[in-house]
Design a protein around this ligand. Structure first.
Ligand code: KIV
Length: 275
């Protein structure tokens, strides 16, 4: 059964943890969906792990639509959440609604995610009024790393923690159906999770949130440019893939591949006629 905003809200109410994972293509989305992941995030982290940028700033609407539509084709049951890229919603309420609409119509999203709190509430309200589910993203919001001066944990001072709590209450009031909390002290995430009625999803925010999200390449050991402390590696596919690629290379050199069973044959009589 397809997960919806109602399913995710019910999970919070019943104390069932929500699992969210990123995916950027059809095959991965299908595997995650079959594994029972509740929500697939087409994150703008695709800028890092798919496109090789240093950050998410350069990701475009076209990138998000292209990858969102591929994931949507593979996700039968999982709720598909697509990130609004940098400058697709900060510029105006009008831009935010138009671009959220494009992610739904062309990217086949079930909902959109955007970064920011109080300052972005007019955009959240307008998108929600257009009938589009919005997930807010607070704390270490990667689109603001230039302003933060790098990937730094947020909400550690009294003032900063109070601001994130205020942001969480404000985005809920504006209509957000879910809140991602990234890179903040666990105790602050726990407080927010208690204070808001909508589900919270943590990444580097401890175990007290209503759910967890990870970038799947981090979980599978496929991305080594940088590995934050909050990542847990469940497999080392990076090593397995490199080994398989090496074996492929060696077998081509040695002639072991392709073997007889990988070849197509032709009738001997036909062959004679074409020689
Ligand atoms: O882009 C992304 O993958 C994200 C998660 C890290 C929450 O926003």
């Amino acid at each position: 059964m397809k997960n919806t905003v109602l399913t995710l809200q019910k999970m919070k109410e019943e104390g069932k943890k929500i699992s969210m994972l990123t995916a950027y293509d059809y095959s991965t989305a299908k595997l995650e969906d079959q594994a029972g992941v509740n929500c697939i995030l087409v994150g703008d982290s695709l800028g890092n792990v798919i496109l090789g940028y240093e950050d998410t700033i350069s990701v475009t609407m076209e990138d998000m639509i292209h990858h969102g539509a591929a994931v949507a084709r593979g996700a039968k049951d999982a709720f598909v959440l697509v990130d609004m890229p940098f400058m697709s919603y900060q510029t105006s309420v009008y831009d935010a609604v138009v671009n959220a609409g494009r992610l739904m119509k062309e990217g086949h999203a079930d909902g959109v995610k955007l970064e920011g709190g109080v300052s972005i509430c007019p955009q959240i309200k307008a998108i929600v009024e257009a009938g589009i589910p919005v997930c807010a993203h607070l704390g270490l919001t990667p689109q603001s790393i230039k302003a933060f001066g790098g990937f730094k944990v947020q909400g550690k001072s009294e003032e900063a923690a109070k601001q994130i709590i205020e942001d969480a209450l404000a985005v809920q009031e504006a209509g957000a159906f879910m809140i991602v909390l990234e890179g903040i002290p666990s105790a602050v995430a726990d407080l927010i999770t208690e204070k808001v009625e909508v589900p919270t999803i943590g990444i580097g925010a401890g175990k007290g949130t209503d759910g967890q999200v990870l970038v799947y390449q981090d979980l599978l050991g496929m991305f080594s440019d940088f590995t934050p402390k909050f990542v847990k590696r469940y497999a080392d596919l990076g090593q397995i893939m490199t080994k398989a690629f090496q074996q492929y290379f060696e077998e081509i050199q040695s002639g072991a591949f392709p073997a007889k069973e990988n070849e197509y044959s032709i009738d001997a009589e036909v062959l004679k006629k074409i020689q």
